[in-house]
Design a protein around this ligand. Structure first.
Ligand code: PEP
Ligand code: MN
Length: 367
């Protein structure tokens, strides 16, 4: 049912891909919404303005969204700047209010996609309504649940659907707030080549610093666009303060992204150097990812040694590592000098990390 979804460029809204959707996590005040919207529009990169009006918060007592009045502020942004509007809906009432205030595109949040009752309620509210809907992946890595939500909407007659990849909750410690599990997005695209997928680097990253990395990776995977949270004063945002960027910063990071040409059936895909550089970028990312994973294991070993009163440095073990790895690396065509230097660096950093553990100063990992 979702095989023949209209792609974003064919939604009839004048949108071009890759599409940039930007705006604050939450609408907070009239001033914040208008200033953010104006600054985003001024940079000219985004085509759609986002803001959360009803916020699904993990624990009660936090800001749960400004409600309907925020839609009036968003409508003002649209009137002044021409940016299209999108917001999250989780109930039939949200749908009704969003439509009443001229929201152009709806999205279903990760905490709603997990619940077929809620998705069905939204789908029922959309029967006979002609509006595009973007569906965020469920918080758990369950492709069928993601697809199922889109099928419910398609069943209600919605023929303009896009998926949003926003990462997945994971028990494992990762540098991300939500583990990207890129393979899930790739699998979705493989099953439904026509379905556009937009990446939400903000909710994957969880911190401003990681947004460019995630955004680039998404573009390299040929995603149809990015949704990035942007706020005039991110540090005092009422929700997701750590992952929002100012409109200026958004402009800067977006301009620094490399938009590679899509795949081989594009006649322009002759730029071999560009393709090879892309490969290098990907491999470097993998190397760093592996090193970070290695350091986490190192830290666990440090904790274990500490519990058992064992010293950090065990010369025998280290010699064994060097001998084995150098032999292997040489067989792979790497020079002995390079291998030894690299291992030395890894070893030094591991010892430093274990020292921190011994002295009760565990490394802070971004979450
Ligand atoms: C959001 O976009 O601000 C949001 C709540 O996202 P998610 O549903 O991906 O957690
Ligand atoms: Mn958010």
């Amino acid at each position: 049912m979702i095989k023949n979804m209209k792609q974003i460029k064919d939604w009839g809204l004048g949108l071009k891909t890759p599409l940039l959707i930007a705006g604050p996590c939450s609408a907070e005040t009239e001033e914040q919404v208008l200033t953010t919207g104006r600054e985003i529009a001024k940079a000219g990169k985004a085509q759609v303005f986002r803001a959360g009006i009803w916020k699904p918060r993990t624990r009660p007592g936090l800001f749960e969204g400004i409600g309907e009045v925020g839609l009036e502020w968003m409508a003002q942004v649209k009137k002044e700047t021409g940016l299209l509007l999108t917001t999250e809906v989780a109930t039939a009432e949200h749908v009704e209010l969003a439509l009443k205030h001229g929201v152009d595109i709806l999205w279903i949040g990760a905490r709603t996609t997990v619940n077929p009752f809620s998705v069905q309620e939204i789908a029922d509210a959309l029967k006979g309504v002609n509006i595009p809907v973007m569906v965020k992946n469920p918080i758990n890595p369950d492709l069928a649940l993601w697809v199922g939500a889109m099928e419910r909407l398609a069943g209600a007659g919605i023929d303009r659907i896009a998926a949003i990849h926003r990462g997945f909750s994971s028990y494992e410690k990762t540098p991300f707030r939500n583990a990207p599990l890129w393979e899930m997005a790739i699998e979705l695209k493989t099953q439904y080549p026509n379905l556009d997928i937009i990446c939400d680097p903000s909710h994957i990253a969880g911190t401003r610093e990681l947004i460019p990395y995630v955004a680039q990776k998404a573009l390299d995977l040929d995603m149809a666009g990015l949704m990035i949270e942007s706020h005039v004063t991110p540090s005092v945002a009422w929700s997701d303060a750590k992952q929002q960027v100012t409109p200026d910063r958004l402009n800067e990071l977006y301009s620094a992204l490399t938009f590679r040409k899509p795949n081989s059936d594009n006649p322009e895909f002759g730029n071999k150097l560009e393709a090879l550089r892309g490969e290098i970028d990907r491999l470097d990312d993998e190397i760093f990812h592996s090193i970070a994973t290695r350091m986490n294991v190192t830290q666990q070993i440090g904790e274990y040694k500490k519990q058992n009163g064992v010293t950090i440095l065990q010369v025998g073990r280290w010699e064994e590592i060097v001998n084995k790895r150098v032999a292997l690396g040489k067989a792979m065509g790497l020079s002995e000098e390079f291998l030894k230097k690299t291992l030395e660096l890894l070893h030094k950093e591991s010892i430093r990390r274990q020292n921190l553990v011994m002295n009760d100063k565990p490394e802070v990992t971004a979450k």
